[in-house]
Write a new protein. Structure first.
Length: 318
């Protein structure tokens, strides 16, 4: 059963009717296949209409949907022999960022990403995907290790932002994020990043200063959350919808602005309705990207990344 978003209520009602009819069919001799097919056609039409014109705020809700595939789902489907590597060798292990070695479609790679957790216990363990400084320092360690062994780095970004707690600030959250961005920009191996859900603020760019940045169709990537932006500009979180529009945080906006390189399509109704096909589409895009980037030398990859970020923001203005 899906968790339905507010704007999906008409779809929820139709799917509820389909469920009832199927239940009736199971109980007796009634053949309701034709009626179910008709209703299913309506559901597909509604999904197409609804998801064809989502507002920025609605896309934010889809990006945060609890049933969207998470980091661990991508690892299970795409990476063989995944071996997690823990700790930053300075303070502790941070479960919000998971990283390790594995084989992706024949390539040995380092995979690093945010894990939000799937139920309340795992969400608390992974701190809802909000990393502390030790998470970013672990990411730096793993990226440097990948460079030492000449391995491409894949990062999967899904975070509301870096954790803003007192302890995190005391241990140098801003420095850890800045250093992560520096390491991303400096490594001489292919670095590919996919925004799979939320790309929130410095917490996201710490892993996403890459040669290739892809976004799932209904993911978001912004300097601050819409609620945070609204509370600063309007002194109230109620204007979050206006903030979402102003932030230009959708994949489509960011492609136009030259911030990302490509959009990975999601199945009808979003990745939370067809996780397997979303994951496969991300895998295909990453495989093509790795093959392309491995033709370049280390210094070329580093230079290309530097130029990419210096150019950013010029496109789409005016």
């Amino acid at each position: 059963m899906h968790n339905f978003l507010d704007f999906e209520k008409p779809i929820a009602e139709l799917e509820g009717k389909i469920e009832e009819l199927r239940h009736l069919s199971d109980d007796g001799e009634i053949n309701i296949a034709e009626e179910v097919e008709k209703l299913q056609g309506k559901v597909d039409r509604l999904l197409r209409q609804t998801y064809g014109k989502l507002s920025a705020w609605q896309k934010t809700q889809v990006a945060r949907h609890p049933d969207r595939p998470h980091f661990r789902d991508y690892i299970a489907a795409l990476v063989e022999d995944f071996t997690p590597l823990s700790g930053d060798r300075l303070f502790a292990e941070d479960h919000a960022i998971v990283g390790g070695l594995g084989r992706f479609r024949g390539y040995s790679v380092m995979v690093i990403g945010h894990e939000k957790g799937a139920d309340i216990t795992s969400r608390v363990k992974h701190n809802f995907g909000m990393a502390r400084p030790e998470g970013y320092r672990k990411a730096q360690r793993l990226m440097r290790m990948a460079e030492r062994f000449g391995l491409p780095v894949i990062t999967l970004v899904d975070t509301a932002g870096a954790y803003p707690g007192v302890g995190a600030e005391e241990r140098g959250q801003a420095e850890a994020i800045a250093r992560s961005i520096e390491v991303c920009l400096g490594v001489e191996v292919p670095l590919l990043s996919v925004i799979i859900g939320e790309g929130g603020s410095g917490g996201a760019i710490a892993l996403a200063a890459a040669n290739r940045i892809f976004m799932l169709e209904h993911s978001i990537y912004s300097v601050i959350s819409p609620e945070g932006c609204a509370s600063i500009l309007w002194r109230s979180g109620e204007q979050a919808q206006d903030a979402a529009e102003a932030l230009r945080l959708t994949a489509q906006d960011l492609l136009n602005l030259g911030v990302i390189d490509d959009i990975v399509p999601e199945p009808l109704g979003g990745a939370h309705r067809g996780g397997d096909s979303s994951i496969a589409a991300v895998g295909d895009r990453l495989e093509a990207g790795i093959r392309e980037l491995l033709r370049e030398t280390g210094p070329q990859l580093k230079q290309q990344r530097r130029e990419k970020f210096l150019e950013m923001g010029k496109k789409g203005l005016g």
